[in-house]
Ligand binder design. Sequence first.
Ligand code: TLP
Length: 350
Amino acid sequence: MIDLRSDTVTKPTPAMRRAMREAEVGDDVYGEDPTVNRLEERAAEITGKEAALFVPTGTMGNNIGAKVHTEHGQEVICDCRSHLLNYELSMLAWFSGCVARPIVTADGILRWEQIHKEVRAVNPHSAPTGLIEIENTHNMAGGTVYPLEVIEEICDGAHESGIRVHMDGARVFNAAAATGTSVREIVARVDTVMFCLSKGLGAPVGSMLAGPKEVIARGRLYRKRLGGGMRQAGVLAAAGLLALEESPRQLPEDHRNAKLLAEGLARIPGIGIDPAKVQTNIVIFEVTGTGLAPADISARLREKGVRINGISGTHMRAVTHRDVDRAGCEQAIETLAEVVHSRSLVSAGG
Ligand code: TLP
């Protein structure tokens, strides 16, 4: 199976499995798991933050990130297609008691110019702004990357207004690989960053939330409240450490494969995509012109050994990662071309 549904499908490498088997462990709720402690220290070092917290998922990391910066009854400014708003079961409302103030963007990238118009102070009518959330890379906008100066402008503007910034950096290592900038530089001015070990970096489980010591200490209590106190989690952290040290070097290859995929898809009649806009490992394309719905294309691809999901009634998303190589991507293009071609033969009565 060529599985391009997401980079979350990556399986742990043999080296990760070995490290997991041999991991030194302890009870992490007591702070006694040496491997978790090492992972948290490394994540803090790499992000240039005072501290980091190992959480089971990106969703938990984002929501603890939102919680530590906000109070009930505030607003969180984010892009309208953000993961926080659309794919986290309204945890922002349920857990943090905040309302999202979504901003429509063409490319998922917020600019201070748009944000500052939405910042609200306490007044008798509106909920005050508690947080700005930016997603880098932006998943549903097609893996787009924040230019460094845009992040800096947002953070400087936010901080002058007394507002904090959280980065959903689930794929911030992809942003780093695409721009040749270190993760540390990318996240230097944001107050907290969440990044995932379990996507392109290939660990089986886990994400990190990094930020100031005091904030992470409060985050640790929220993690426990949410049921995320993981005891001998060193078996997971061991894979996470390898993901941090070894996996980033794979990402440029994933990006080249995404470009190849996009160029191949652009040649298939009825598929809409501009390969020039593909910056990292996410390829979003329109299929309306094929006369097939995304769900039908998905089902037909699956019969032929390729998995790609629809993300709406008109668009599909393919995500490259290290478990699908260049030949796999070429095969995926060919299979999609066959599916679309057989449909056009049917509609032409051929
Ligand atoms: N993204 C998943 C799905 O939930 C859509 C995927 O397949 O891409 N932030 C971003 C930007 C994400 O893309 C995701 C997962 C998360 C947060 C949440 O991470 P997990 O799945 O670990 O909770």
